[in-house]
Design a protein around this ligand. Structure first.
Ligand code: MN
Length: 722
């Protein structure tokens, strides 16, 4: 139990010539006012103000704040009047106690209105005198610590309010330690079973890896000493709520979470911080992208520290925070440590940029009358690392900074994500790669034919979206490969008149499956479709000597089966007998109907159809097992894009003549680019070409233009696929 003397000792330790008389007077006043009152815990009421005062002394606040802590409930819960306080303690203390009391008093219609009003009052109090809010936070902390004595229903509503209002405000004021405790306590009452389960598993993990934690701590300490850096090393389990949030955000379970223990090095100087960081990176491999320099770039709530994640023995990652003693104090106590509370006013010195957000909020709250809107704009500013966006109906979705419309789409529904083609942000169409901003109103556009692509994986920032996209891609790739593998094997079987379906019906493949360590036929098909296993090697086992002698029945019929149909514009093309899903024109050469083509089984993407002249084909052919003979089928009215590079003399009007020659052949120019160098001009044209004959005609005609030196078709090797 806290005694009044403990508080006096504590204050004296950081303010040796404090006004002891004021505190004595406040203590006696409070004791008399609360005389006979009992808390829900059964203890005398005075225990509460004493604890609040003690928390304030922990924050090293001035004696006025501590006196207000002792007196904070006398207006609310006793017959004491503000005038009486004024008489006894002067205006300052009376105003502060009145301020604390006002924050708690409300009678509003809706929960949201009530919250908005609490926020409003907190904000106003912060600007008039920050100490009101600090006392209120200390009051809430002690109430949360003793919440177990309240009835169930009340616990939950107080915990919820703490989570939604008090913890974010503590966070915004940089009071890390108080925030963590408020969050952990709220978490315990809001999700009690999850809390207990998590605490149990963390303890179990710690029992297993506790030794490692101790060893890392020792190594860190020894290395610092060796390098003559004065630093104190601490290892601690992170807050339960932060672990829980992390597990949910990354959609992992506790078994997959490694950095639940964090190490902290407190040094004497900024120079030592960076030196310590260097030493750590020499000992252990840093995880890329996890080094953060909040010393050079402090957080908006004053927080300063170096963060890094390194990988220890057995591949276990852990986080290290490095900062000076001053920075540590600010990280723990935030504004309470930072700001000189002589006057108690925020923004008394206008050079303090860190208070701009607060002033802005106060201005807003005067303008905004709708409590819902006020709450939203407030949340925007209370969580600076998050982006708040809205559906057209006004639902709010929060994302980490850098989130894209796709993150939003997947947040709505998995199917909305899969079929997302674009988004309207604030009524305007935007590309999919447009970072979301606070207050954006999003409408997601979908199309039934749209499906996720590889690029999406790197575009999104939420783990939910990334997980859904990966899952879709993997399933899709597996399905394609299975389907392709089945067709390839069936073709091969047909070639040797092996009755494949009959073999399967007779379970003749069981031996092959177990040989490859596969469970199902589909797995074997998938391996063939991936090009891991050649269809030949499978079918071969079932070919009789007699069948071998009359092999490849590569007749006209057989050929027709492999013909492919080109289609305009679409990436999907048709292979007769195969399936339109499984072939596509290789991007590197965009083969034209009429020219010689080669099919190649790619890993997981089906059959890529290349021009036989494509430079990539030569490289591809290192694995002839994956080559498939393909042929063009029916010629249809189709247009293909072909890029030509034309080298010519740099003469007046020559380009115009080339262009009109092309136009005379009723050929469209999609794109044109030209440059000159050493008296020569080079033009790059993208033309719409129907087939090889058409291309030859165009090429010849251009070559015939006076002054043209060379015409060449360009293959885009950069986009090689296969
Ligand atoms: Mn209280």
């Amino acid at each position: 139990m806290i005694r009044f003397e403990d508080i006096l000792d504590k204050v004296e330790s950081y303010r040796p010539d404090f006004d002891e008389e004021l505190l004595q007077k406040a203590y006696i006043f409070s004791a008399l006012a609360h005389r006979g009152q009992v808390r829900d815990s059964g203890e005398p009421y005075l225990v509460h103000p004493l604890n609040v005062a003690h928390i304030l002394a922990d924050l090293r606040l001035d004696e006025t704040s501590i006196a207000v802590g002792l007196l904070h409930d006398v207006l609310e819960d006793t017959l004491t009047t503000k005038e009486k306080l004024q008489e006894t303690f002067g205006d300052d203390v009376a105003e502060l106690v009145d301020g604390v009391t006002k924050i708690s008093r409300y009678a509003y219609v809706s929960k949201e209105e009530q919250q908005a009003e609490t926020f409003r009052k907190m904000l106003l109090a912060m600007v008039s005198d920050l100490r009101v809010v600090l006392v209120k936070l200390a009051d809430r902390l002690h109430n949360m610590r003793t919440l177990q004595y309240l009835p169930d229903e009340k616990r939950v509503s107080i915990a919820k309010e703490t989570m939604e209002i008090y913890a974010p405000i503590a966070n915004r004021l940089g009071m890390g330690r108080l925030k963590n405790e408020l969050e952990d306590l709220s978490f315990r009452y809001l999700h009690s079973s999850e809390f207990e389960e998590l605490q149990k598993s963390v303890n179990e993990k710690l029992a297993v890896s506790g030794e490692l934690v101790g060893r890392i701590k020792e190594t860190l300490g020894a290395k610092l000493k060796e390098n003559e850096i004065s630093g104190e090393v601490n290892g601690r389990v992170k807050s339960m709520f932060s672990i829980w949030t992390k597990l949910r955000r990354q959609e992992i379970d506790i078994g997959q979470l490694y950095d639940y223990v964090g190490f902290r090095i407190i040094t004497a100087s900024v120079k030592d911080c960076y030196a310590a960081l260097g030493i750590i990176h020499q000992m252990w491999r840093p995880v890329p992208g996890r080094i953060k320099d909040y010393i050079a770039m402090p957080k908006p709530n004053f927080y300063q520290s170096l963060h890094t994640v390194v990988v220890a023995e057995k591949g276990q990652p852990f986080e290290v925070q490095i900062r000076t003693r001053d920075m540590d104090l600010i990280a723990e106590q935030g504004i309470a440590a930072h700001w000189k509370y002589k006057e108690g006013r925020i923004g008394a010195t206008s050079d303090d940029k860190n208070f701009l957000w607060l002033r802005q909020l106060v201005e807003w709250q005067n303008e905004i009358k709708d409590p819902r809107i006020f709450m939203h704009s407030l949340k925007i500013d209370l969580y600076p690392d998050e982006v708040y966006t809205f559906t057209p109906k006004g639902d709010v979705f929060a994302f980490p900074r850098g989130a894209m419309p796709l993150d939003f789409a997947y947040r709505i529904h998995t199917d909305v994500g899969h079929h997302c083609v674009g988004a309207r942000v604030n009524g305007k169409l935007v590309p999919l790669r447009t970072p979301l901003k606070n207050g954006d109103i999003l409408e997601i556009l979908t199309a039934p034919n749209q499906t996720p692509s590889r690029e999406w994986v790197n575009m999104v920032v939420t783990s939910r979206a990334r997980h859904k996209i990966r899952h879709w891609l993997n399933t899709e790739q597996k399905n394609r490969s299975t389907e392709l593998g089945r067709k390839l094997i069936e073709k091969e079987a047909k070639k040797y008149r092996v009755q494949w379906r009959k073999l399967i019906a007779e379970n003749a493949l069981d031996g092959v499956l177990s040989e490859y360590g596969l469970a199902r036929m589909d797995d074997l098909y998938a391996d063939v479709g991936y090009g891991k296993v050649s269809p030949r090697s499978i079918v071969e086992r079932f070919i009789s000597e007699e069948q071998k002698e009359t092999p490849s029945d590569e007749g006209v019929l057989q050929r027709a089966v492999r013909r492919i149909f080109p289609f305009t514009g679409a990436t999907a093309i048709k292979v007769k007998g195969y399936d339109d899903l499984m072939t596509y024109l290789a991007k590197c050469c965009n083969p034209l109907p009429g020219e010689r083509i080669i099919g190649y089984v790619t890993r997981g993407k089906g059959v890529a159809v290349h021009s036989a002249n494509c430079p990539n084909v030569k490289n591809l052919m290192f694995n002839p097992d994956r080559e498939i003979a393909v042929e063009w089928a029916d010629q249809r009215q189709a247009q293909f894009q072909v890029e030509l590079e034309i080298l010519m003399e740099d003469r007046q009007g020559i380009l115009a003549r080339v262009v009109s020659t092309i136009a005379n052949l009723k050929t469209n120019i999609r794109q044109m680019d030209s440059r000159t160098e050493d008296g020569k001009a080079t033009a790059e044209l993208v033309l719409e070409i129907a087939d090889l004959k058409h291309l030859e005609k165009v090429t010849r005609s251009i070559a015939d233009v006076d002054g043209v030196i060379n015409v060449e078709r360009k293959f885009n090797v950069r986009h090689a696929t296969a």
